[in-house]
Design a protein around this ligand. Structure first.
Ligand code: ADP
Ligand code: MG
Length: 454
């Protein structure tokens, strides 16, 4: 029997291997939301979000998954898919981040520039411009035309799935085609590299690597929050590049002013050039993007289906793409044509997956957390500092912040008159532990599932 943690790790390893064997759309559509549940007596049970995915994996990828699992575990296992409902975003992100380790990326679909990967499909040509993103697009083009001159740094922010990484890659591709040397990294990679350099006493090498670049492209700078050492490393790298007019482009999931726990000197550096945001695309742009994506995958989508999708999916472009991929996979598998009926079915699945849940109340959150950890509400609202109570309290604060729209001070008041900084720190603590602590991850996934069932 393999323990719970090992099962999760095993499945992550399998996903890592599968990711380089299947196309990205396939991976995103069918495998991304799955989790390893148990591995007992030669049977591996995999949690999947819904019956549709279970059916597809069983029919289409069974032997590939089975073979890959054998590679990882060293012996054959039978596979069973169990429907567990949607996977929480935290769990999702974690699988994602485990997969984004350098050695696990898709070598066939990305090209290497100075040891980092750039997605060759994310070009300016494939980027559809509309009102919501025209400024970010124009600024990115300007930077790619004359780096290091006018807009330095360029800071692009938006909600998830609206094209930041796409634009960052487009800039990278344009500039590397001009023969400039590039450092492109997610902030996670930057952080890991820096921590490793410190551990191995090689910070000089790290600095040289980044400081010798003509351009630094750093994706998702929000991950630098709370990481003081990395902030220091970033600050010096930034300054030396900026001082010699090398272009820096940074993306973030929120405006720099909302980056709490970030040193002021860094915040002012980030916003010292040009700051642009990307908004959600309007209906017309969504339709144009869908049309261009459908062309790119070479599947005919009738206009009424594109209209239906553009109307229905207004959250972000990643979800729009997810729908297209799902519909095209479904029609290929069943040798059918794309129709409104199939589109409706797929969209329902995606929206169900994508966390379009109803909002739960703060009381429901508190009750759920207390029930789950078997701690009474008075203790969570009280001052006791024993481990179980502290954990329940911090998780409650975390979930209240994530799931309700209450301000920090209101969450503090609700939980027995705590200070807003206490709530902030609890949120930070739990966020930081999510990636390394699989028990906590599981607790949060379970709690989110309970909340989703309310
Ligand atoms: P972010 O980094 O903001 O989370 P991404 O850049 O990863 O978002 O975009 C999500 C997906 O949507 C990608 O596949 C990307 O190619 C696509 N996308 C986003 N904006 C556009 C656009 N304007 N035109 C075409 N595709 C887009
Ligand atoms: Mg991104």
């Amino acid at each position: 029997m393999v323990t719970e943690n090992r099962v999760a790790d095993t499945w992550k390893a399998v996903l890592g291997k599968l990711q380089i064997q299947v196309t990205r759309p396939s991976y995103d559509t069918w495998l991304k939301g799955t989790v390893g549940l148990s591995c007992i007596s030669g049977e591996m049970v995999i949690g999947v979000p819904n019956a549709f995915v279970a059916e597809m994996l069983d029919r289409r990828m069974h032997s590939l998954i089975s073979k890959t699992l054998t590679d990882v575990l060293g012996k054959e296992h039978t596979l069973r898919f169990e429907i567990t409902g949607s996977v929480s975003p935290a769990e999702h992100d974690d699988v994602e981040s485990a997969l984004s380790q350098p050695e696990e990326r898709q070598p066939a679909q990305s090209m290497t520039i100075r040891g980092t990967r750039i997605n060759p499909r994310y070009t300016f040509e494939s980027f559809v411009v509309g009102k919501s993103n025209e400024l970010a697009h124009a600024a990115s083009l300007a930077v790619a035309e004359s780096p290091g001159t006018s807009y330095n740094p360029l800071f692009i922010y938006s909600d998830v799935g609206l094209g930041k990484t796409h634009l960052l890659n487009s800039i990278g591709l344009r500039l590397s085609a001009k023969g400039l040397s590039l450092e492109y990294a997610t902030t996670e990679e930057f952080t890991n590299g820096y921590i490793k350099a410190i551990r191995e006493g090689k910070t000089d090498d790290f600095r040289d690597r980044y400081r010798s670049a003509d351009i630094l492209l750093l994706d998702d700078i929000q991950f630098i929050i709370g990481k003081e050492q990395t902030q220091e490393g970033f600050f010096h790298t930034f300054n030396s590049l900026h001082a010699s007019s090398r272009q820096i482009v940074i993306t973030c999931d929120r405006p720099a002013t909302h980056l709490m726990l970030l040193e002021d000197r860094i915040r002012s550096r980030l916003t010292g050039g040009l700051v642009v945001d990307i908004q959600r695309p309007d209906l017309e742009t969504r339709q144009a993007i869908l049309g261009s994506k459908a062309d790119a995958i070479g599947v005919h989508f009738p206009i009424e289906v594109l209209e239906f999708l553009a109307e229905k999916v207004d959250s972000n472009i990643r979800d729009l793409e997810g729908c297209l991929n799902r519909i095209s996979a479904y029609t290929q598998l069943t040798s059918s044509r794309v129709s409104l009926e199939i589109a409706e079915r797929c969209v329902n699945d995606i929206l169900h997956l994508g966390g379009a849940r109803k909002r739960v109340s703060e009381i429901e959150i508190l009750e759920t957390v207390c029930g789950y950890f078997a701690i009474d509400q008075a203790s969570v609202k009280g001052k006791g500092r024993d481990k179980p109570t502290t954990l329940a309290r911090q998780v409650a604060m975390y979930l209240l912040r994530e799931e309700s729209k209450l301000p920090l001070s209101a969450i503090g008041r609700f939980l027995g008159g705590k200070d807003h900084t206490t709530v902030l720190h609890a949120h930070q603590r739990i966020s930081n532990q999510i990636s390394s602590n699989s028990h906590l991850r599981k607790d949060l996934a379970n709690l989110r599932e309970e909340l989703a069932r309310l």
